[in-house]
Design a protein around this ligand. Structure first.
Ligand code: ADP
Length: 319
């Protein structure tokens, strides 16, 4: 393989930039040419593609977001859209493509693979919800952003003896809520993977109050319900007045942490190695701190489970 491409797609995540940098530098190190596809699959279809040099990825290792921009593209879900994308890749002589994104983006990479075009998926999403890897690029930064917010909210919760509900991202996966809740000392964590029992939660809060606890932090993943909905339900149940903070898109931003920069560098470089070995249709990941890769079609079928041991631990430590 002499010429490869790279794109970022779907929800952006801090660490996508160091991943792009790793792909470009690793490829050039080994004598390959690299082309950047801007705006994800949208740019692939429209041919928004240009050659990247060593300097093109200078000064981005510490920046959030993605230099290649990201986009959502309905047309790429159709076979015609995918064929248009392949035609562009062929026009530019790009023989293999690295796709950095979440599970939706992986579906696009899977489609290209099924059309016989070599692709490697790199997990880039703050949600940590991709099978075949313990961690996704962006998760660590997002959790650290949430922790900053929890620590600050805790100060005011303590001063005013209030219960705060903090709504965090995570439609299907509760990892952000769980990791941030455990490390932020939240009294209660609601994740989509565990059927929540509001009576039990209310009882815990009342018990806490009975033993003199005057403030508490509840973390709710958006996939369970909104922070405001939870506040309303607790008010109806135990007349509890709460304050709600919805962290929203700030969780996607910021300079990537050391963990995310290292992970992005390792996974981006590994993706290039696979393409150099002629191995398309793979998804790279990290398991027990070792690099792994799976057939992308198989990876998408694998079940991604929440760490329920960690969840139970958080409950034990927040009594
Ligand atoms: P993420 O990658 O963060 O999960 P999305 O789910 O929005 O984000 O997916 C990003 C893009 O991947 C979509 O806009 C679309 O272009 C492409 N994509 C998603 N699902 C499919 C699919 N089933 N087939 C082909 N392409 C897809």
């Amino acid at each position: 393989m002499k010429r490869i491409g790279v794109l970022t797609s779907g929800g952006d995540a801090p660490g996508m930039n160091p991943a792009v940098r790793a792909v470009v530098r690793k490829a050039i190190f080994h004598g390959l040419e690299v082309y950047g596809v801007y705006q994800g699959y949208q740019g692939l279809i429209s041919g928004n593609i240009e050659k990247l040099e060593l300097g093109s990825v200078g000064d981005i290792i510490h920046r959030g977001g993605t230099k290649l921009y990201s986009a959502r593209c309905e047309e790429f879900k159709t076979v015609e859209g995918q064929k248009k994308g392949i035609a562009q890749l062929e026009k530019f002589g790009i023989e293999g493509l690295v796709v950095i994104g979440g599970d939706g983006s992986y579906m696009g990479a899977k489609a290209l693979t099924e059309h016989g075009y070599p692709c490697v998926g790199v997990p880039g999403t703050i949600d940590n919800d991709i099978p075949g890897t313990d961690f996704t690029i962006g998760f660590d930064t997002a959790v650290n952003t949430v922790i900053d917010a929890i620590d600050k909210i805790r100060d005011t919760a303590t001063s005013h003896e209030r219960t705060f509900i903090i709504e965090v991202m995570g439609r299907n996966a509760g990892d952000i809520a769980l990791w941030a809740g455990l490390s932020g000392g939240a009294e209660t964590i609601l994740i989509p993977e565990d059927p929540h029992d509001l009576d039990n939660i209310a009882e815990r809060i009342l018990k806490g109050h009975a033993r003199g606890k005057k403030h508490s932090i509840i973390i709710v993943a958006e996939g369970v319900m909104s922070g405001n909905e939870l506040a309303q339900k607790l008010k109806e149940k135990i007349s509890l007045e709460t304050r709600v903070s919805v962290l929203g898109h700030m969780q996607r931003g910021g300079s990537p942490t050391v963990s995310d920069r290292v992970l992005a560098s390792r996974l981006g470089a590994r993706a290039v190695e696979l393409l150099m070995q002629g191995k398309g249709g793979r998804a790279v990941g990290i398991e027990k701190n070792a690099l792994v890769d799976y057939d992308i079609i198989e990876a998408l079928k694998m079940e991604r489970k929440a760490d329920m041991d960690l969840y139970r631990l958080s409950q034990e430590l927040s009594i």
